[in-house]
Design a protein around this ligand. Structure first.
Ligand code: NAP
Length: 246
């Protein structure tokens, strides 16, 4: 029996023109989900990927509150429903943890705006549509092992991800059973964000039991499993190749 296009679930994957988000978009589309691709600047790449995946593309800067607010409505314009929200878009800026003055209040505000407040705004905007999802809605927040252990590219980055991990648990408790909320917390992933992080790459090669950083597709596999696990909610799943054991 063929499934009508209108019956297929719809996922909005933020920051899906690159790295982890792109891999998640490709994986969900391969699984039969209609994907709304999103990015801040890379509109041409976004449109090309959306066309390749049979999805749609929306551009919005999540550092600007009104644009974050409008993103879900613009995604709904395309397919009229939303079943999955993957809060993947995020920013990072390496700042030594001991150099307190280098992490300015402006850095804090920007990192919290994009990594924490924007996902909150998107969850808020998406909630009515997610509640209507026939199979139950699903939110997956891409956080970081830096939000679980005292690590990461900067203190404000790690704090933004730790806060999003806790928001994940709080929302899971508040929104079940209609909407499940989980976080995937990767360690080092081979993406444009980390291409110059030689020390981190060396650490993962030498010390992690898997002896390599994650590939974006490794993260996408876990995100797809989390979305497909109908009883899973409130979990923060660390995906770091076992580095946390060392
Ligand atoms: N890579 C890692 O090792 C790692 C580890 C743990 C967690 N993470 C998290 O995983 C997520 C994805 O990381 P990645 O390494 O795949 O990143 P990436 O390759 O740098 O891609 C980031 C994506 O997010 C979009 N984006 C960035 N700032 C945005 C903004 N203000 N508004 C809207 N979209 C924005 C980018 O769009 P444009 O290109 O158009 O700007 C791009 O599509 C992030 O939340 C990151 O913190 C990454």
């Amino acid at each position: 029996m063929s499934i009508e296009a209108g019956d297929r679930p719809v996922a909005l994957v933020t920051g899906s023109t690159s790295g982890i988000g792109e891999a998640v978009a490709r994986r969900l589309a391969a699984d039969g989900t209609r994907v709304v691709v999103h990015s801040r600047r890379s509109a041409e790449t976004g449109r090309a990927l959306a066309a390749e995946l049979g999805g749609a593309y929306v551009q919005a800067d999540l550092g600007v509150e009104e644009e974050a607010r409008g993103l879900v409505a613009r995604a709904l314009d395309h397919f009229g429903r939303l079943d999955v929200l993957v809060n993947n878009a995020g920013i990072s800026r390496p700042i030594p943890h001991a150099d307190l003055a280098a992490a300015t209040p402006a850095d804090w505000r920007q990192l919290l705006e994009v990594n924490l407040i924007a996902p909150w705004v998107l969850c808020t905007a998406a909630l009515p549509a997610l509640r209507r999802s026939p199979g139950g809605g699903s939110i997956v927040n891409i956080t970081s092992h830096a939000g679980v252990r005292p690590k990461g590219s900067s203190v404000p980055y790690a704090a933004s991800k730790a806060a999003l991990n806790h928001v994940t648990r709080l929302l899971a408790a508040a929104l079940g059973p209609d909407v499940r909320v989980n976080a995937v917390a990767p360690g080092l992933v081979d993406t444009p964000m980390t291409k110059d992080w030689a020390q981190a790459h060396e650490l993962w090669r030498d010390r992690a039991p898997m002896h390599r950083p994650a590939r974006p597709a490794d993260v996408a596999d876990l995100v797809a499993s989390v979305i497909g696990s109908a009883y899973l909610t409130g979990e923060v799943i660390v995906l770091d190749g076992g580095l946390n054991l060392t």
